[in-house]
Ligand binder design. Structure first.
Ligand SMILES: *Cc1c(COP(=O)(O)O)cnc(C)c1O
Length: 355
């Protein structure tokens, strides 16, 4: 493919910032520099390099726990392979009906587990409650239905809410009492830590999480999610699972060097805190506008807006991009590089449209 001409390049550079997804953002300077610094000389491949062992060590320090750590390219693979390691093919996995594993992974959890069935539960706001877990577990116990063996929760949820430590502990307790493991989809785990002001340990193993998929991409990396096993028994042969699934990066250092840098200097948390603050600012700014409502509490970096289709169309006409796949509301996601001036432009458009 030919490189863009300078004219085309100008138009790319001038594409205004959008808040449709935290994945619209590029790579943050820390991650980019760490990759560049790892790009010298030769290193052992397939995760046998110094960066990868150092990154795993840094996760053990961060979590204050001797966890087993693996790295995959993306969240779909991380979630699917982690869930597969908790289940036999004839087991069930309880998840929210809005969960990414259910709505956005194209059946990968079922595929990689050779058929473990996702058992969705309805929620009012994206958060799973212990009683609905109990209800689905107790509903059937006959040979014709896959017995639930795992519970998966998203932290933060797809609706932008954050589970508090006591809420996670209650879910873990319910899961454990029914011989289920607890998986956490932490594509936005950093945002949850920043929101709660908790240590990573407090909302993972201390609250009873068996395995966490800790997202890097949405927090400013190019690629790379960490799969963190606190229940180390469950990590058995996980390296083979990754390899078979095409998720063992031969040049692993380019996934792990950014983790080292961002865990070392704290930008994993400050990036997320910035994104959360931007979401708060935006939510504050639209509060009280006629015909505009914020649908869910703004705990993390997402704001869901309920408004008429006319309002959405007027926003689109002004060049704004957003998705409406959750509850029909417009989702605005903020990320490590969200800019105040663009948030102000969005707010100004909202104010004008709302009249
Ligand atoms: C983005 C996201 C993922 C990961 O998705 P990939 O596109 O596969 O990296 C997983 N869970 C949630 C809740 C997400 O928002």
């Amino acid at each position: 493919m030919p490189l863009p001409t300078s004219q085309e390049k100008d138009s790319i550079d001038s594409q205004p910032q959008q808040f449709a997804s935290d994945n619209y953002s590029g790579i943050c300077p820390d991650a980019w520099e760490a990759m560049a610094e790892a790009n010298v000389g030769y290193a052992r491949s397939y995760g046998e390099d110094e960066w990868t062992s150092r990154a795993a060590e840094m996760f053990r320090e961060l979590f204050e726990y001797p966890c087993e750590v693996f790295f995959a390219f993306n969240g779909t693979a991380a979630n699917s392979l982690a869930l597969a390691s908790l289940c036999q093919s004839y087991h069930g996995v309880v998840c929210a009906d809005s969960a990414h594993v259910e709505t956005d992974e194209c059946g990968a959890p079922e595929f990689f587990s050779n058929g473990s069935k996702l058992l969705t539960v309805a929620t009012t706001n994206g958060k799973i409650l212990p009683e609905v877990v109990r209800e689905i577990v107790l509903r059937r116990s006959d040979i014709h239905f896959p017995p639930p063996r795992a519970l998966t929760i998203s932290q933060a949820t797809e609706t932008g809410l954050v589970y508090r430590p006591d809420e996670i502990a209650a879910l873990a307790e319910t899961a454990r009492s029914h011989k289920m493991h607890l998986h956490m989809d932490g594509a936005r785990f950093s945002n949850a830590c920043a929101s709660l002001g908790c240590t990573p340990a407090e909302i993972s193993w201390k609250a009873g999480v068996d395995v966490l998929c800790f997202g890097g991409t949405k927090n400013g990396m190019a690629v790379g999610e960490a799969i963190v096993f606190f229940n180390r028994e469950l990590a058995r042969d996980f390296d083979y699972r990754c390899k078979q699934a095409g998720q063992l990066a031969s040049k692993m250092r380019f996934l792990t060097a950014p983790w080292i840098r961002m865990l070392e200097n704290g930008s994993w948390l400050s990036n997320a805190a910035h994104a959360n603050t931007c979401a708060q600012r935006f939510a504050e700014g639209i509060k009280g506008l006629d015909g505009i409502d914020v649908m869910f509490e703004v705990d993390a970096n997402a704001v869901f807006v309920r408004a008429s289709e006319e309002v959405f169309q007027a926003l689109r006409d002004r060049g704004w991009r957003f998705y409406t796949f959750i509850g029909g509301g417009a989702r605005f996601m903020f990320s490590w590089d969200s800019r105040e001036d663009r948030i102000n432009e969005l707010l100004a458009d909202f104010r004008e449209i709302a009249g």
